[in-house]
Write a protein that binds this ligand. Structure first.
Ligand SMILES: Cc1ncc(C[n+]2csc(CCOP(=O)(O)OP(=O)(O)O)c2C)c(N)n1
Length: 258
């Protein structure tokens, strides 16, 4: 039987754009799923040799070990500065960054805003898990009001610590932003939607009309001190009201048919 192994039906095969290296992510973490979806799109679009990824510091610091494409490491917060250089030297390549919220919305806020304001022709993938995962679950700009973290043990107090930063809405207001969307990977349907958004972003990149920005509302079971299932439920109930999924800016008229 075609598509079978020892009588068992093959329902999923790892794409060659992912290496065989075991990922170091905690059980249930969104990062592994987001890695897989990006790499599936690159493989399916046949752009493996033409794509360069830039990942900085954070839990995804070892993304180059898993993504079987050309990768560039950047210092914490500086991924879009590095990606700007890569894209300008190689305008014919597809370039994307892969950044956490501590990276993109805290230490790298300046780079983030100016990169989009310049309308750099890259895709930015923003994995927002509401905490600094790698360093032990500290408060990030995106931490929810009242949310307990290792550096806000009594919950984030908006009066002294400010409100959760909805940087994606801010980005959408910049003229250089072409396509801005907020997605997630907490369910199968959500994963499919994210995949479409990534495909669309790489299509847009061919047109050189501005920056594509995808926020992925994510979990952090270890940092949130929850099981993977609990963390996905908590994400829907608590993250979505503040970070609602959906398109925030879409080119009009659509630059590409999808
Ligand atoms: C210049 C610099 N400052 C601080 C750090 C320490 N540091 C490493 S990862 C990290 C936070 C990462 O959080 P985030 O970007 O949200 O990604 P996550 O780990 O949650 O995926 C920090 C502060 C560093 N490596 N370099």
């Amino acid at each position: 039987m075609e598509n079978s192994t020892n009588g068992l039906e093959v329902v999923y095969e790892k794409v060659p754009t992912l290496t065989d290296t075991l990922m170091h992510y905690c059980p249930g973490c969104s990062h592994g799923v987001v890695h897989r979806v990006i790499m599936e799109v690159i493989h399916e679009m046949g752009i493996t040799e033409q794509t360069i990824g830039v990942a900085p510091v954070g839990c995804s610091v070892f993304a180059y070990n898993y993504m079987n494409i050309d990768m560039q490491e950047a210092a914490h917060g500086r991924a879009t500065a590095a990606a700007t250089g890569v894209k300008r030297v190689h305008p014919d390549k597809f370039v994307f960054t892969y950044q956490g919220d501590g990276d993109l919305a805290a230490i790298g806020t300046g780079e983030t805003i100016h990169t989009v304001n310049r309308g750099e022709n890259i895709l930015m993938v923003f994995v927002n898990n509401g905490v600094y995962g790698m360093t032990g679950g500290q408060m990030a700009p995106t931490t929810l009001a009242g949310m307990k973290t290792t550096t806000s043990p009594f919950g984030r107090d908006v009066a002294t610590m400010g409100s959760p930063l909805r940087i994606t809405e801010l980005i959408a207001n910049l003229p250089g932003a072409l396509y801005v969307t907020r997605q997630s990977v907490h369910s199968t349907a959500a994963v499919r939607k994210l995949k479409k958004a990534i495909q669309l972003s790489f299509e847009y990149q061919k047109l050189n009309q501005g920056t594509c920005f995808i926020e992925v509302v994510s979990n952090c079971p270890s940092g949130w001190k929850m099981t993977p299932v609990e963390s996905n439920q908590w994400l829907v109930e608590n993250m979505f009201p503040v970070y609602p999924p959906g398109d925030i800016k879409v080119p009009k008229p659509p630059a590409v048919n999808n």
